[in-house]
Write a protein that binds this ligand. Sequence first.
Ligand code: 3H9
Length: 678
Amino acid sequence: MTSPIRTERRDNVLVVISDNPPVNALGQAVRAGLKDAIEKALSDEAVEAVVIRCDGRTFFAGADITEFGKPPVGPNLPETLDAMEASDKPVVAAIHGTALGGGCEVALACHYRVAVPSAKLGLPEVKLGLIPGAAGTQRLPRLVGAEAALPLVVGGNPISAKKAQGIGLVDEIVGEDSLEADAIAFAKSKIGQPVPRASEGTANEDGVRDPDLFDRFRASQARKIRGFDAPNAAIEAVKAAGTMSYAEGVKKERELFTELMSGTQSAAMRHYFFAERAANKIDDVPRDTPLIPIRKVGVIGAGTMGGGISMNFLSAGIPVTILEMNQDALDRGTGTMRKNYENTAKKGRMTADQVEQAMGLLTPTLSYDELADCDLVIEAVYESIDVKKEVFGKLDKVVKQGAILASNTSYLDMNEIAAATQRPGYVLGMHFFSPANIMKLLEVVRGEKTRDDVLATVMKLSKTIGKVAAVSGVCPGFIGNRMLSKRQEQANALIMEGANYWEVDEVLLDFGFPMGPFQMGDLAGIDIGWHRDPSKVATVREALCAVGRFGQKAGKGYYDYDEARQRTPSNEVKQIIADFAAKEGKEHREISKDEIRERLLYPMVNEGAKILEEGMAQRASDIDVVWINGYGWPLYTGGPMFWAQTIGLDTVVEGLGKHGLPVSNYLRERAADSGKFD
Ligand code: 3H9
C-alpha cells in the first residue's frame, strides 16, 4: 500500500505532504508516514528545514475518528508529534482549510505555523465528548496563554487565521495561492536560529498569576456546558498546564482523555458526528443525481415562520421574494427581519454592511405573479389542509415548470398537498423549526411522488443554508412531532394522576433538555389553536386560556413569571389541575421521578421504533438527529434511539410494560434480537 505521505526536496527544505482524502485525517498510515519523514529529514544533512503541508481541501482535520474504540496501532500521535518538536531543524506547518483537533496539535508541535487567510484552526474535541489527546491542552496554553487557550479548548469552535495570529498561534499569514512557496521562504529564514518549542513556552503563566481565571471561565460557560463532562475536563487540563511541569501536564491530559474516551458521553457524541453526516444521504437516491439550480427562492407568509425561513436564504446570499396578503403584514414581517439582523449586528456577529447586503436581496410583494421565476417556493401559511391546498393550486399555475414547491407544514399530509398540483414530483415538505433562522433542524418530508432530483437538491440546499437535514416519510407529525405527541400525552396524564407539572419539567431538565413540556407550552403560547371562547372549557389548556394564562407573553401560563422571566409554580394552576382531575375521577398519588422519566421518554422510543418499522425514517440515527437539533434532546446521550440502546432496549420494553403502555412489535423484536435498531 502506498503511503499517504510523500516528501519533496526544494533546495535545503524538505516538504512533507499528506494526501489522505477527504480531510487528511491522521490515521495510522499518516502518522507512520509523518514519523518516517521527520526521521528522514533529521538524518539527511542536506536538509536544513522542514515544511509540512497537505494536498486536497484541508490541512489535517484531526485524528481519524473511525479508529476510536479500536485496538491502537502505532505510532501514536503524541510520539509522532514529540519526534517532530524535538527536531533542531525548523519545522513549519503550512496551513490551509481547517487545522482541527489532532491537526491543530500537529501545528502546535511544529516550531512555526504559517497559514493562508481563509484557514481556520481549532480544537473541536469537546464536540466529540473528548479533550485534545496529543498534548494540545499543554502546548497551546504555553504558546498563547491560558486565557486565550480556554475558549479554544473548552468551546471547541475554530478561529480564523487572523485571530490565530492575534493570539500568537499563527506566526505569519501567507498568500492564499502561494502557501508552499511562502512557507518554504519562511522556513529558510529560520535556518540557523534556535527553534522555539511550544512545550517550552511560558505564556501559560498568566494562569499562574491569576488562578481565579479558571473558575471565572467555568462560571461564564455554566449554561452552555451544563451536563457535559468534556468541557470541565478541558478546563482542568488547561489549568494543569499552569500548575504542573510539561511532562506531568501531558500525563494529566492523557488520564482525562482516556477516561472520556471510555465513557458513554463520548460514544454518544461520536455516534452523533456520523449520524449527522449519514442523515444527509438518501439510500435510494444516487449520489450523482443532477441537482436543480436554486438561484431565487419565494416564501409565502411573512409571519414569524416565513420571515425566519427567508433569513436563512438571504444570509446565504440567495435572493428571496416574500409574499403576504396585505401591505401591513408585509411591512411588519420585513421590519421584524431587519430588526433581527440589526440585533445580530449589535452583538457583533454581523457587520452593518452585511445587514444591508442581506436585506438588499429581499423583494417584498403582494402578488403571486412575482413568484413566477423562483426556483423554489416555500409556503409558510396557516396550518390548515384546505388553505395549503388552495395555495399550492395557485402556485402551480403561476410558478415556472421545473421549480420546486415546498410546504413548511409540521403535521399535514404532504401527499394530499402535492395532489393539489399538476407537478406532485416537484412537491415536498421543508419543515423548519422556530425560530427558523436559528434552529438547526430541517425535516425534509418526502412525498410518495417526490422526484429524486428534487429531494437531492433540497438536501444539498440545507447544507448551503447551514441546516442539518433529515428525511421523513409522510405520516402525521412526521418524525419529530409524531414522537413529541407521545411525550405530551404522558405529561398530561401524569399531572392528572398527581405529579406536579413543575416536577415533570424538572425531570426533563435533569435529563438534559433545555426545558420541559409545560415550560415549552408557556414559551410557545398556550393559546395557540385556542377557540377563544372562555365559556367552553374541556381541557386544562382551555381552562388556563379562559383565565388569561396564555403563557410567558401574558406574564402567566402554567407558571407565574416576574419581570426577569423567572418562573414560579402557580397555586391557581395547581388548583385548576386538581379540579380537573377530580372531575374526571382521577385519584392523585405520589409519582416518583423515575416513573415520570420512563413514562415521558420510553413511549417516544416506542414511537421511534414504529417510525422505523413503517420506513418513515431511513435509519434510527436520523431520528436522533431530528431530536437533538429540533427539540433539545441532550447531545451527550446521543438522541432517543441511541440512548435507548445504551440503557438497553429490553429495559425500555420492560418499563413500558410496567406502566401499562403499548410496546410495538418492532421494538420487542429488536430488544430480543440484537438490542440495536440499525
Ligand atoms: C482528535 O483529533 C483527537 C486528538 O486530539 C487526539 C488523538 C490522540 N475522522 O464533515 P464532512 C469524514 S478528534 C474520520 O461532510 P465538510 C466525514 O465523516 C478529531 N473521518 O465535510 C465525511 O465522511 P463521509 C478532531 C472524518 O467539508 C467526510 O470526512 N477533529 C473526520 O462539511 C467529509 O466530512 C474533528 O472533530 C475525522 N476526523 O467539513 C473534525 N472528519 O463523506 C471533524 C471528517 O463518508 N471534522 N471525516 O460522510 C469536521 O469538522 C469536518 O469534517 C470538516 C470538513 C470541517 C473537517
